[in-house]
Ligand binder design. Structure first.
Ligand code: NAD
Length: 416
């Protein structure tokens, strides 16, 4: 039984820990959050993810997975801590690697040699090398390649590609890119991940693997920016953008994505910046796409201003706060920033916020006197203007007669 320590028990780390434990490993999850640790040890989830609850309950009950706040000795370490961005000196956002540094400080004292350290966090090119330098800097008695007879530690990057809401299916079914600092490290990761992953396992070097993940998300960001720009152009020209895209996509080699209120989440809205900050002078398209997507919320606010024009004390229903449909994740959510700005920029309006996936109003909306968190049916019934920000199933399946007589701003094309 391989002993595995998964550092970071969030949306990525906990499912990874759970599927490894289900495949027969002895897994210890480590998290700085007592809330996450206590939830896992009760066999419960600290966040919502379809199908994860049963697996966690099962592997915890069988003693295969437990959680704690300090890093234990283990044969394998999988690092799945956050990599958010921070404002950089080049005008681009740079990756905040402090969480990875903290994880490295926890792992280094536990090593004796022959361990495998896998970085799963989405990272700028060169981060796996940096992780190795940080750990071997603390432990000069160990090495990457056995130099001077020093015991070897194997390092690799294996980025995660799962879609929130479908993580349990995709973590098993998706193909994986495995980039080793040495080819031996990549092979060790392949053998371990083959215990739960049914997708193709492709080996490369660590820098390429890091860049593959960033490239995937930059590709999507650029293509969403195209759709978002098109939506503003179509609006100006009096054309229905949804019909436009549907018809253009009948071309056998055209596949335009869907516009929306902006781009959110911890991946697509963040990762392209890691390419921009690595090559600031060579990334005109990627940087421009970020700008287009980041400015789309301002356009939505303008649309709402037009919709309330002529109403003395308008009531606005803002439907959805999360960064995408049918999840409870608010990170980088354009829906949340639009709702907050409506609450602060339209003092004569009452903003009724509805988010069926969240029980409590988020802190970002506190202190706004004209903003209330209510059930979506109440929000719609009382509203003059209904703004659809997230296409949750409750909203898509809505009885459309409830919208009769309302002014509608549908940022997702869900009610066409
Ligand atoms: N969520 C996704 O869909 C997704 C998809 C692909 C890649 N990723 C990447 O995976 C990484 C993790 O993302 P996530 O969504 O799981 O984040 P998350 O915030 O849900 O989870 C990270 C966890 O790490 C814990 N943590 C922070 N510092 C720690 C430390 N020093 N030691 C132990 N635990 C620590 C946090 O408390 C948190 O529970 C990020 O790099 C992200 O970009 C996420």
């Amino acid at each position: 039984m391989t002993s595995i320590c998964v550092v970071g028990l969030g949306y990525i780390g906990l499912p990874t820990a759970a599927v490894l434990a289900r495949a027969g490993a002895e897994v210890i999850g480590v998290d700085v959050s007592e809330r996450h640790v206590d939830a896992v040890n009760r066999g419960e989830l600290p966040f919502a993810e379809t199908g994860l609850d049963k697996v966690v309950a099962d592997v915890v009950a069988r003693g295969r997975l437990r959680a704690q706040t300090h890093t234990p000795p283990a044969e394998v370490y999988i690092v799945a801590v956050p990599t958010p961005f921070k404002r950089g000196t080049t005008g681009a956002h740079e990756a905040d690697l402090s969480y990875i540094e903290a994880a490295a400080r926890g792992i280094a004292p536990q090593l004796v040699g022959d361990e495998l350290v896998v970085l799963e966090s989405t990272s700028p090119p060169g981060t796996t090398e940096l992780l190795a330098e940080m750990i071997l800097g603390e432990r000069p008695d160990l090495s990457l390649d056995g130099t001077c007879g020093r015991p070897v530690v194997h390092f690799a990057h294996c980025p995660e590609r799962v879609l929130p809401g479908r993580i349990m299916a995709e973590i098993v079914g998706n193909s994986r890119i495995i980039g080793g600092l040495t080819s031996r490290a990549a092979e060790l990761v392949r053998d371990l991940y083959a215990t739960f992953c049914e997708g193709e396992l492709r080996l490369t070097d660590a820098r390429t693997a890091e860049m593959v993940k960033l490239t995937e998300n930059a590709f999507r960001d650029v293509n969403i920016a195209f759709a978002n720009e098109l939506s503003i152009v179509a609006e100006k020209l009096g054309i229905d953008v949804w019909e436009l895209i549907e018809l253009a996509n009948l071309h056998p080699r055209v596949s335009i994505l869907r516009p929306g209120p902006g781009v959110g989440g911890h991946c697509i809205a963040v990762d392209p910046w890691f390419i921009v900050s690595a090559a600031p002078d060579e990334t005109r398209v990627i940087r421009a796409a970020r700008g287009v997507n980041d400015s789309k919320p301002l356009h939505v606010i303008e649309c709402v201003r037009e919709a309330v024009a002529g109403l003395e004390s308008p009531t606005i229903a803002a439907l959805g706060l999360t960064f995408k449909a049918d999840v409870d994740d608010l990170r980088e959510s354009p829906a949340l920033s639009i709702t907050r700005d409506l609450g602060s920029q339209l003092p004569d309006a009452e903003v009724l916020v509805a988010e069926p996936n969240i029980a409590e109003p988020p802190a970002a909306l506190s202190g706004l006197p004209h903003v209330a968190f209510v059930d979506y049916r109440e929000a719609i019934a009382r509203a003059d203007v209904v703004v659809l920000l997230v296409d949750h199933k409750e909203f898509k399946d809505l009885d459309r007669t409830l919208l009769a007589g309302k002014r509608i701003v549908d940022t997702r094309g869900a009610w066409r």
